[in-house]
Design a protein. Structure first.
Length: 349
């Protein structure tokens, strides 16, 4: 009795919400009943598999071409009293369920309930700052080198996706919850940007991200130098950024136009700072030769950073040898393809 009662409650639940199973069962029963009625009425031309399906679908969709229709009085009565009302009602149910499923799918994307575990090589943006974050998204999307797989926004307290046509969205209950980052496919992301509205939230996000297995380059923005230093002490490979307003003001006062130069270096409108890695298979390259190679590409080489040092070396002497795997920083109108650099001719020896 317990099993029968459970089955009855399950069936009643499916009937109450008109589930796909109920619609499919009703459709199958109605089609079977239609075929039996047409067989009883002697409508031989409607009983073939292809003819019957064609007749049933054109009747259910109210298209009714008329090339296949009951010829006997019994067949027409069966069509009028059983086939048409049932088929049209079931067809409307299928359309309604399909529309509801598509709407629910879109709504889950819009309110951040979906998972994007199949993504790879994408950017995970943690936190939303309105227009400032919107500008950040536009800059990321403008560089085709970093938007191949798109952007997944992970945000706390955000009701819906602010840019549904451009980014994916994961609604987070807390930045400290590692499970939220699994839905954003953090383990397969190429880069992570932490930029929340408060240092405490950014700090929680960084610790949660670093507790999650991944190989992404992590950039975190903090207002406080102490918090940034705390993160660096625990995770030296996390690149922490801070506001440079005071530094820019002081330099502009001492050297007129410095703020304009700094803005151009990092802006997207003109020559912009990029990075390029010396291939791991290449021999160590000489700084003097490297500078000439970048000039040949209409670019200005400004420095490098190897894996052993957190700070970049700017304007290095010509005799410096730069090891494979080192990141090179340069200014150019567009990103330079590594394949266009003649690494073999730049060898130190």
């Amino acid at each position: 009795m317990i099993v029968i009662g459970k089955l009855f409650r399950t069936l009643r639940g499916h009937l109450r919400r008109v589930s796909w199973g109920v619609v499919a069962a009703a459709l199958a029963l109605h089609m079977a009943g239609t075929w039996l009625l047409m067989a009883w009425a002697g409508e031989e031309k409607l009983l073939g598999w292809d003819s019957f399906v064609y007749y049933y679908v054109t009747t259910a969709s109210t298209i009714g071409y008329g090339d296949l229709s009951p010829g006997s009085a019994a067949g027409r009565w069966a069509a009028a009293l059983f086939v048409m009302p049932g088929a049209i009602a079931l067809f409307a149910s299928v359309l309604a369920k399909t529309s509801a499923s598509l709407l629910n799918f879109w709504k889950r994307h819009q309110v951040g309930k979906m998972s994007y575990e199949d993504m790879h090589g994408h950017t995970v943006l943690i936190g939303w700052h309105g227009r400032e974050s919107e500008r950040l998204v536009q800059l990321l999307l403008a560089d085709t080198h970093t938007d191949d797989e798109g952007i997944v926004l992970v945000a706390e307290g955000l009701a819906e996706n602010p840019l549904p046509d451009q980014i994916r969205f994961v609604a987070a209950a807390s930045y400290a919850d590692c499970n939220e980052y699994e839905r954003a496919a953090l383990s397969r992301a190429a880069r992570v940007i932490v930029h929340t509205d408060h240092d405490d939230r950014s700090l929680a996000a960084v610790f949660a991200v670093m507790a999650h297995p991944h190989e992404a380059h992590v950039v975190a923005h903090f207002e406080s130098a102490a918090v940034a230093q705390l993160v660096r002490s625990h995770y030296p490979h996390v690149e922490c950024t801070r506001p440079l307003h005071v530094d820019v003001i002081a330099r502009a006062a001492q050297d007129a136009g410095s703020s304009l130069v700094a803005g151009e270096w990092l802006g997207a409108g003109g020559p912009t700072q990029f990075s390029l890695q010396v291939p791991a298979a290449a021999a160590p390259v000489l700084a003097a030769k490297l500078a000439g190679a970048f000039r040949a590409q209409s670019a200005l080489w400004i420095g490098y950073r190897d894996g052993r040092s957190a700070a970049p070396v700017l304007n290095p002497p010509d005799h410096v040898e730069i090891a494979p795997g080192t990141l090179l920083y340069y200014l150019a109108d567009a990103r330079i393809d590594s394949a266009r650099v003649p690494w073999a001719s730049l060898a130190a020896r």
